[in-house]
Design a protein around this ligand. Structure first.
Ligand code: GLA
Ligand code: ZN
Length: 660
């Protein structure tokens, strides 16, 4: 047993002689796992009544002959041309109302009965055919679910979904606040998908009725989930092997928390938007791990070198692929996989990085680094499999808040949910804290500190549960634009921040939104930090003032507050402090709980801990910087070398210290 290593492999694009060479090179690189069949629908079903698994049979048996494990895909991420030609309903209608014709991938209408029937049938047949193959360690359904459709089939699906949610039109009219602008619906069929042709102006985030748009986002996420579940149920008819689909981390269109219960395990594709984002990747890994209550996930895809789809596709520097792979493991990955094993010759991904390039060489830097990591993973063996993160800090993440905040007219289009979340996460990351990123429904009883940035929508009993954290001595932190709306995106008829106000000991009557050129510095203790975009005017009602604005008519008033609640505390940050300011606040929050990480003083060095099922503790130390750093002595053995950790950690180098 060890961490599965390998990735997406498309031998159907190549003659058989190339397959032989591939497997020789896979052996050389310690590749033991292949994800196959991700886009094979056109191959396995060449027409409506013909199924042909001969090529897939050969792929599977050739891989098995070399002892490879398989993650076998159902292949439904791109539908075949004949399907769209015979059944025009399967192609999507976009936000602008344009009915698409055949082309691209990820292009199927999730509500199309034909798509649902035939994709399910494909999954059923693939599972029935290969379920007996012991090489299959997982099933991979579809690919990177996402996007949206606005066709008439989706309109019908939306109305059914709404009937389930609201039961009556009266309840729906109330939730959507339809007395506004004469919108009262008197028949379900009057309800239209919110698009450029109906409620929207200036694109998907500008809507006249937030309630309608929010429910459509929820519906679309559920509609695609239904597609996943169709296929999963079909697989279950013949196989007990775990079923997953590759998620996309910080991806807005799909509420992964609603999906999580239906995935047997989480897997995701890590393609960071730039090469300076180790904290952001850590957040995405932690979010993915938090989907299933901290269970390990798979890194289903990453590029060994470059992407192709961006305008500019920077190269991973020497050592970075290894560093980022170990970062994934540090945050809970139990598999390390690439896209792609061999570079395609043509079409849009021919310049995408691959383990084996067009030349087929094994003496390239990229191949050598892949092979070296394969050897390291082999050396580590099963040590970290199933290991959990012992976090005492939780960061709340909520798709509903993300959506509601970003489809809101006012207070500011410049406030972006992820910017707020990443600022608070980066502070915790810099301070070396192990944390869980959890949904707002997660039990909070194990955490000493709960951070809820931009908790715009307050649902269910969350206010009580946050209050309970403080009541037993914990700390709660929340920020501007929190506690504003209920689950229907209607304002609370009480002081801002709504049901959170008693816990926070504050009240807010007014707020000021300004553009990027305006700065109102905030003084915290001896230091002053720039603050921007939104300035809530806080009236303390019991809370202690920890930071104050320094400019404008509200100079000297509260910008950061802390309220004692029993033995615990509740912090409020009323404006978008710069990163140093956020980090300072979080340092003060963490200090009394003794939660600062052991290397918190080294901002480019990341630490993360995993505890294996046998109780062994592994501390990962990763140098994301470009200079060597002196690391304080850590007692233990570096699993990658079998020796005590060295006093200096080189740029991009990694330690996995088994501590006692
Ligand atoms: C995604 C897809 C892959 C491939 C890669 C390229 O993750 O799942 O099929 O297109 O992107 O980066
Ligand atoms: Zn549709």
């Amino acid at each position: 047993m060890k961490i599965p290593y390998g990735g997406d492999y498309n031998p159907e694009q190549w003659p058989l002689a190339v397959w032989e060479e591939d497997h020789r090179l896979f052996d050389a690189a310690h590749v033991d796992t292949l994800t196959v069949g991700v886009f094979t629908w056109g191959l396995t079903q060449p027409s409506i009544d013909v199924y042909d698994f001969s090529v897939l049979d050969r792929i599977v048996s050739r891989a098995e002959a070399s002892g490879r494990q398989l993650c076998l895909a159902t292949g439904t991420g791109a539908h075949p041309a004949w399907l769209a030609a015979e059944f025009p309903e399967v192609t999507r209608t976009d936000f602008e109302g344009r009915k698409h014709r055949y082309g691209q991938r990820h292009n199927s209408c999730p509500s199309s009965p034909v798509f649902r029937r035939l994709s399910t049938e494909m999954a059923r047949r693939i599972a029935a055919r290969y379920a007996g193959n012991p090489s299959i360690i997982a099933w991979h359904v579809g690919n990177e679910y996402g996007g949206a459709c606005y066709c008439s089939l989706c309109a019908t699906g939306f109305r059914d979904w709404l009937r389930q949610r609201y039961s009556s039109l009266e309840a729906l009219n109330e939730a959507w606040y339809t007395t506004f602008w004469s919108h009262t619906f008197t028949d379900w069929d009057q309800i239209e998908p919110p698009s450029a042709l109906t409620e929207h102006w200036r694109g998907p985030d500008h809507t006249a009725f937030q309630g309608i748009t929010l429910d459509y986002l929820r519906f679309m996420s559920d509609a695609m989930l239904a597609n996943f579940r169709d296929e999963k149920d079909a697989i279950r008819q013949s196989s007990r092997a775990p079923v997953t689909t590759n998620l996309m981390g910080l991806y807005r269109p799909i509420d992964y928390h609603r999906w999580a219960p239906h995935l047997d395990f989480v897997s995701w594709d890590n393609y960071p938007p730039d090469d300076r984002s180790p904290a952001r990747m850590a957040l995405a890994h932690d979010l993915m791990r938090g989907l299933k209550d901290g269970a390990p996930f798979w890194l289903m895809e990453q590029t060994p070198s470059v992407t192709a789809c961006r305008d500019v596709n920077p190269l991973k520097r020497p050592g970075v692929m290894r560093l980022w792979s170990w970062q994934a493991v540090a945050h809970g990955a139990d598999a390390v996989l690439f896209f792609q094993m061999r570079a395609g010759r043509g079409a849009s991904e021919k310049y995408h990085g691959a383990v084996i390039g067009h030349s087929g060489r094994s003496d390239t830097r990229v191949f050598q680094e892949v092979a070296a990591l394969g050897a390291e993973l082999t050396r580590l063996g099963a040590a970290t499999l199933g290991a959990r993160t012992p976090a005492r800090v939780a960061l709340l993440f909520d798709w509903d808040s993300w959506w509601a905040l970003e489809i809101s007219d006012g207070p500011s289009r410049l406030v972006r949910y992820l910017d707020v979340v990443t600022a608070y996460h980066k502070a915790l990351w810099t301070l070396g804290v192990d944390l869980d990123v959890v949904p707002v429904t997660a039990p909070l009883t194990d955490y000493d500190v709960v951070v809820a940035p931009a908790l715009h929508m307050l649902k269910g009993d969350l206010a009580q549960r946050l209050t309970a954290v403080a009541a037993r001595g914990g700390s709660v932190v929340t920020t501007f634009l929190s506690g504003r709306v209920d689950e229907n995106d209607n304002a609370f008829l009480m002081d801002v921040p709504g049901p959170l106000a008693p816990l926070l000991g504050i009240r807010i009557d007014e707020w000021d939104a300004r553009d990027h050129t305006y700065v109102n510095p905030v003084t915290i203790g001896e230091s002053t930090y720039p603050a921007q975009l939104l300035f809530e005017l806080v009236i303390p009602e019991g809370a202690e003032v920890m930071g104050t604005y320094t400019a404008d008519f509200y100079a000297g008033t509260a910008a950061v507050t802390r309220n004692d609640h029993g033995p615990g505390q509740a912090w409020y940050v009323a404006t978008a402090l710069d990163q140093a300011g956020v980090t300072e606040v979080m340092r003060e929050v963490l200090a009394p709980h003794d939660l600062l990480g052991p290397l918190a003083g080294l901002p480019e060095v990341e630490t993360a801990t995993r505890v294996a099922p046998d109780g062994s503790r592994y501390m990962f130390v990763l140098n994301h910087g470009s200079s060597p750093v002196d690391v304080p002595a850590i007692n233990g053995i570096n699993m990658l070398t079998g020796t005590p950790p060295p006093p200096v950690l080189n740029p991009h180098d990694v330690l996995i210290v088994k501590t006692s």
